[in-house]
Design a binder for this molecule. Structure first.
Ligand code: ZN
Length: 447
């Protein structure tokens, strides 16, 4: 009841002050720091070079594993972490919206789509904002054009944005570097600038909810493989970013009311063989070359350990679904072909709900990854690299969950949890409720 009165009071105080609002010293603060692609199994290595993360675990809790949603891809899982619902509900299946050119050319994933058009679920930051709490995001995804955010340093920074200007004024970065942010720079540099942005937001504004996403762990594992020496360098650097963030809360004198969730969106697996389903569709004459461009009514969209098959013409589905199911099931490197009710069991939306829903899903065997290419050999062998996208029951896909700080009890055993439990738990700490969440809040870890 007191909390309810407080929230009504807070809503009155902060309404209409987006951009200028400031938390008061009595309000809870929650940080969600996502280390992209950090596999939970890395935590089992006693020589993992992450002393700051270990200290947070010693003071709080760590799950043995956190099961991501399908597809085990970045944007779908970051969306689940802040909505508590799976892809059947939020309908984010790629790192953006899948769009189908009328020419029949390859469907394209477009990232810069407004949140309301892409994400079909209410998020934590919208809920928090509705109740007068302040919110911020740094490099979070599926958040373009979203309402309910007081401070942002987006994946594509705006050199005229207030946080960006702070960093330029402090000489952490130049305006030119912000204008060319995606080019000619290393994953570590991006993580450094994003951390500078998060530290700036914490010190100047101390929002009630900060969503903060770091990417170097994902980039390095894609290039060199999971749990390789290069991956360990990325894990070690991520730990220094956590330490910098903790120091910012210490400097802002807000550490004692802040709860940290250090999570990942999915795990990682290494592979050396690739499978190209579009080459099979070309051999089946379901795709052709027109004016130098590949076109067809059936396309495979590769997402590492998964390939989504889209049969665009509904009248062709009755014939093609069984034919392609048996053809792909016999293909080297394919573990299973999911169709019909099996797709719903994966937590994917149906074709009646959205054009984002595939008609078939191929899962890769261990050591194989799907490619988008339309020519060359169906199966190829190469150097070891890393990927994700395998079905969410795969042990390598299990994600990181660490909670520590003001609201968290120490040493509560958790076993394996679902990432659908994160958002409702955070809502509880903030005195809110995410009505649509599918996961149960982790009440046992809360003080
Ligand atoms: Zn990711």
């Amino acid at each position: 009841m007191m909390r309810k009165i407080f929230l009504v009071f807070a809503a009155l105080c902060f309404s209409g002050t987006i951009g200028r609002a400031q938390t008061t010293a009595s309000q809870p603060i929650v940080v969600v720091l996502s280390l992209d692609g950090f596999p939970s199994r890395a935590l089992k290595d006693p020589r993992l070079p992450m002393p700051t993360l270990r200290k947070l675990i010693a003071d709080g809790v760590a799950a043995d594993a956190m099961t991501p949603v399908n597809p085990t891809v970045t944007w779908p899982n970051h969306t689940s972490l802040v909505t508590g619902v799976d892809a059947a509900h939020h309908q984010v299946l790629f790192n953006g919206l899948l769009t189908f050119p009328s020419s029949g050319a390859e469907p394209l994933v477009k990232p810069w789509i407004n949140k309301d058009e892409l994400v079909h679920a209410k998020t934590l930051y919208e809920l928090a904002s509705d109740h007068g709490l302040t919110t911020a995001q740094v490099d979070w995804v599926a958040i373009y054009g979203a309402r309910g955010l007081n401070w942002s340093f987006p994946e594509r920074p705006d050199p005229d944005g207030p946080i960006e200007r702070d960093l330029v004024d402090e000489k952490f970065v130049t305006r030119e570097e912000l204008e060319n942010f995606g080019e000619d720079s290393s994953p570590a540099w991006h993580d450094q600038v994003w951390t500078d942005a998060a530290v700036d937001i914490v010190k100047r504004h101390t929002p009630n909810l900060l969503l903060f996403h770091l990417l170097a762990t994902d980039s390095l594992q894609h290039r060199y493989g999971a749990l390789t020496p290069a991956a360990y360098e990325a894990y070690a650097y991520a730990d220094t970013r956590i330490a910098a963030l903790l120091q910012a809360f210490r400097d802002a004198k807000a550490l004692d009311r802040t709860t940290f969730f250090i999570v990942s969106d999915h795990g990682f697996a290494s592979f050396s063989h690739t499978v190209s389903p579009n080459v099979v569709l070309m051999q089946d004459h379901l795709m052709h070359v027109e004016n130098g461009q590949y076109a067809g009514d059936v396309w495979a969209k590769a997402e590492g350990g998964t390939a989504m098959i889209y049969i665009r013409k509904p009248e062709q589905r009755a014939e093609l679904i069984p034919k392609l199911t048996s053809e792909f099931a016999a293909l080297e490197g394919v573990e299973h072909v999911y169709e019909g009710k099996e797709l719903e069991a994966l937590g994917l939306p149906t074709s009646d709900q959205t054009d984002q829903a595939p008609q078939l899903v191929l899962s890769a065997k261990s050591g194989y990854s799907f490619l988008a290419q339309t020519q060359g050999n169906v199966i190829q062998n190469g150097a070891i690299r890393g990927t994700h996208g395998y079905v969410n029951t795969n042990p390598d896909m299990q994600a990181l969950f660490v909670a520590s700080g003001a609201a968290i009890r120490q040493g509560v055993p958790l076993g394996t949890i679902s990432n659908l439990q994160v958002a409702p738990t955070i809502a509880m700490i903030l005195g809110l409720k995410l009505d649509a969440a599918q996961g149960e809040p982790l009440k046992s870890i809360l003080k």
